[in-house]
Design a protein around this ligand. Structure first.
Ligand code: ZN
Length: 111
């Protein structure tokens, strides 16, 4: 049984935005980028558009979205605790330092 995380059978993995060549695997895409980088006088490889990601790539992308959304939800709630005067900004920063990804997002946010 297949689902939305499965790679679509019979569809090319990626297409080159610069020369239109299509490839069926990640390895071929990497090879094309490496080959065009070596041929380039400006030290730029061609850019591949991944139109049919592999199952691990699809799952990774979904997990990335989920974790990002979760961190944003948590930051909003934490921010409202600080704005409401229940905890200080310093207390929040100290407490979330145990979660590096969360701390990075907190530091990069405008709270
Ligand atoms: Zn190309």
């Amino acid at each position: 049984m297949s689902n939305r995380f499965d790679q679509k059978p019979g569809m090319d993995y990626a297409r080159c935005k610069d020369c239109g060549v299509t490839v069926s695997t990640r390895r071929e895409a990497d090879e094309h980028m490496n080959a065009t980088l070596e041929q380039s006088e400006t030290r730029h490889s061609h850019t591949m558009f991944i139109q049919n990601p592999t199952r691990p790539e699809r799952i990774r992308s979904r997990v990335s979205d989920l974790v990002g959304d979760t961190i944003n939800d948590a930051l909003e709630e934490l921010c409202s605790l600080v704005r409401g005067g229940q905890i200080s900004h310093e207390e929040a920063t100290t407490a979330i330092s145990e979660w590096p990804d969360f701390r990075t997002a907190w530091d990069e946010g405008d709270f």
